[in-house]
Structures are given as structure tokens and as C-alpha cells.
Design a protein around this ligand. Structure first.
Ligand code: T4K
Length: 368
């Protein structure tokens, strides 16, 4: 079997992309909110079913600049079971992450534990729709309204997910998506912020362009987080095919489930109620005592046949070296447990079902 990695970027036909970028050659307009940028922005508002949206250079700056635009100072309740980006965006804004434990089934923030963490310094909640699973958006909004907190969703994994028929990105004050090469929908690098408040949108737009307000006015300390025209063009192409890609991912996930569902010692994620999933990741949690092999042993067995599963998300962000000694990881015991036991299996649209069969065979051979 050829090497199989945890994911593989979806790409349009070469001709489709070169066709899409032809007019960039004619116009010589390469970046700074050009025609492709505007087109993609419009199409994504429709596709994601959200009110307002601004494109970003990547998912990380979507989160970081959203927080900056809200001028947050204080504590932000979040989870450590995520990619570095979520926690780093909070810290780089000068705020203090306060880690809430995760739900043992969805792996998203356990909303029933948020209120206990609220202090007079709490300014926001930054939950993560991890693996494209959905947070308890209604309960989180109830808490935010009660305590006057902002809600910034890290929706990096949640492209195309719908809840009760509506775009998941319309929940909270903002939802931040990633369009990185490894995501369900990619623009090579890219991301967006979905939001409701017009004034927030204006501030965010300035912050992604150095804080520039007008040709002679710079009234914010901004960054450069603009999506360029080549990335926007890739996004336009990939958006035409994303429904087909998600359907193919679904077939891969169903094949995994055929092999692994009901096996003692393995925890698969259920499809959540009222939710249209995007099949972004396929996490499996290994209970060594029941299954007979640990997560790490399965990881090694797969590596031996050239399969690169990943330990998303191990280590927890709260135990990163850069935060050494700062956070007590034992305050989030479920996150610790899941993080030590989870393996995300290869998943992408073109993964052959026969390869899924072989991957599962190796996993099941680890059962003792
Ligand atoms: N919030 C959350 C919850 C996130 O997961 C992320 C990103 C963000 C925020 C921030 O969004 P961005 O600023 O990145 O837009 C990868 C991605 O780089 C990262 O975007 C993603 N999360 C994270 C979960 O996964 P690595 O370090 O695992 O990437 P890497 O280079 O090992 O790639 C993983 C696999 O993907 C490779 O084995 C093969 C495949 N791949 C990779 C690249 C770069 C491709 O097929 N094509 C490619 O171009 O972080």
C-alpha cells in the first residue's frame, strides 16, 4: 500500500484553476480585496448561510483579529482540546485562557461546566466545534446573554455544517472558519469570520489591513491578514465541488463505521441530533483496558504499513512547553483522558474504500 496520510488536499482540475486565474494575468491585480476576493466572499455568505462574512489570510488570524476587534481584556473560557491556534489567539491578545473541560462524547466544550468558571474578569467564551462536531450553541448563548459575554466560535473544522437547517456559523458573535489545505474546503491558505454586527465588521476589515481607515488615516494597530487573489481563485474552484467532496467523505466514514462500530474498547463519534455533518475528521478513542492495545500501539502498527494517522489533539494546548507550569491540566480530566487515547484516522474524499478496509484490518489485528 502506498503511504496514506491523515488527509490530502482537495484540488480542482488543473485546467479549471488555470482558467480561473486567467483574468488575474490580464488585470495584474493580485491581492488587496480584488475581484476574486469579492466573488468568493459573496458565494460563501450563500453557501455557509450566514449574515455577514469577511475573508482572512488563514483561520488563525480570523480568530486572533476577531478578538482584537472586540477589544477583549480579561479571561476567556475555552478548551485545551484543540489546535494551538485557539489558545494562542487568546494569549496573543493579552487575555487569559481559562480551560473548561470537554464533553466526553462530542469532545467540544462541556457547556454545563462553563458557569462555574465565570468570574468578574471573564469577558468571552471561545468554544471549538472540534472535528466539525457541534458545541451546545443554544446553552452557550444562554450563558453568554446572562453574563454579558462575547462568544467567538473556532469553527475551523465546521465548514458546511448545519444545525436545524441553518448555517452553524451564524451562532455566537462570530464564527471563524479555516480554509487551510487540510480542511474540508480549502483556498490553499485562508479563512473567514462570520459575524452580525456592522461596526465589528468595519473594525475587523481595518485590522486585517494594517488598521488603515482611509488613504491618510490609520487609526488601529492592525496586521496584514488579507486573502490574495490566487487563494480566492482556488476557493472559487473548490467551492463548486465541495458538496461532492463531502459526499465522498461520507462514504469513507460509513466504510470505517462498518468495520469499527460496536467493537469493544473503541469509541466512535455519533452523528449529532438536528445536525448536517461535514465528515471533517474520523476520531477513534481507544480504551486500552478493553481493546487490549493502546492508542500509541495502534498508531505504531499503522505507521508500519505507511499509514499516518494523527493524534489530534495531543498534547493539550494547556500543557504546551510554551505555557510550562502555568495551567493545571488536571482541571480538565476528560480532555486529558481523550487526548491520550484518541487517533484521527485518514479521511479525505479520494481515499479508496479498499484502503479503509486495510487500515481497519490492521486496527482490528491490534485487538487482544
Ligand atoms: N483552530 C483549529 C481548531 C484548527 O484545527 C486550526 C488549524 C486552526 C484553528 C487554524 O487554522 P489555520 O490558520 O491553519 O487556517 C494541520 C493544519 O496545518 C492546520 O490548519 C489544522 N488546524 C491542523 C489540525 O492540522 P499539521 O501540523 O497537522 O499539518 P501537516 O502539515 O502535518 O499536515 C497534515 C496532513 O495534511 C499531512 O500529513 C498531509 C496533508 N496535507 C498537508 C498539507 C500542508 C496535504 O494534503 N496538503 C498540504 O498542503 O496542522
Amino acid at each position: 500500500m502506498n503511504n496514506i496520510l491523515v488527509t490530502r488536499s482537495s484540488m480542482p482540475d488543473f485546467e479549471e484553476y488555470t482558467n480561473e486565474i486567467k483574468d488575474i494575468w490580464q488585470s495584474h491585480w493580485l491581492t488587496n480585496m480584488g475581484v476574486k476576493h469579492q466573488e468568493l466572499q459573496k458565494e460563501l455568505i450563500d453557501y455557509l448561510d450566514v449574515e455577514k462574512l469577511d475573508l482572512m489570510v488563514n483561520g488563525h488570524f480570523a480568530i486572533e483579529l476577531s478578538m482584537q476587534a472586540m477589544n477583549l481584556h480579561g479571561e476567556v473560557i475555552t478548551t485545551p482540546f484543540t489546535f494551538a491556534s485557539t489558545t494562542h489567539a487568546i494569549v496573543r491578545n493579552g487575555c487569559e485562557p481559562v480551560f473548561c473541560d470537554i464533553d466526553p462524547v462530542s469532545y467540544c466544550i462541556d457547556a454545563s461546566k462553563i458557569e462555574d468558571l465565570i468570574t468578574d474578569r471573564t469577558v468571552a467564551i471561545a468554544p471549538v466545534h472540534v472535528y466539525g462536531h457541534m458545541c451546545d450553541v443554544e446553552e452557550i448563548q444562554r450563558i453568554a446573554n446572562k453574563y454579558g459575554l462575547k462568544v467567538i466560535y473556532d469553527a475551523a473544522h465546521a465548514f458546511g455544517v448545519k444545525y436545524k437547517g441553518h448555517g452553524l456559523g451564524s451562532y455566537g458573535d462570530v464564527s471563524c472558519y479555516s480554509f487551510h489545505a487540510t480542511k474540508v474546503f480549502n483556498s490553499i491558505e485562508g479563512g473567514c469570520v462570520c459575524y452580525h454586527d456592522e461596526d465589528f465588521g468595519k473594525t475587523l476589515y481595518q485590522l486585517k489591513n494594517f488598521g488603515i481607515h482611509g488613504p491618510e488615516v490609520v487609526d488601529g494597530v492592525g496586521a496584514n491578514a488579507k486573502m490574495n487573489e490566487f487563494c480566492a481563485a482556488m476557493g472559487l474552484c473548490n467551492l463548486r465541488h465541495v458538496d461532492g467532496e463531502i459526499a465522498k467523505r461520507k462514504a469513507v466514514v460509513e466504510r470505517y463505521r462498518e468495520h469499527l462500530e460496536g467493537v469493544d474498547g473503541l469509541q466512535l463519534s455519533p452523528i449529532q441530533k438536528d445536525m448536517q455533518p461535514n465528515y471533517a475528521y474520523f476520531p477513534v478513542v481507544f480504551d486500552e483496558k478493553v481493546f487490549g492495545s493502546s492508542r500509541n500501539e495502534v498508531f505504531d502498527a499503522l505507521a508500519k504499513i505507511g499509514v499516518g494517522a494523527r493524534k489530534y489533539f495531543y498534547p493539550l494546548t494547556s500543557s504546551f512547553d510554551c505555557f510550562h507550569g502555568k495551567y493545571d491540566v488536571m482541571k480538565t480530566p476528560i480532555a486529558v483522558r481523550i487526548s491520550k487515547r484518541v487517533l484521527t484516522l485518514p479521511l479525505y474524499a479520494d481515499l479508496a474504500l479498499e484502503d479503509v478496509d486495510r487500515i481497519c484490518k490492521v486496527i482490528l489485528e491490534c485487538k487482544k
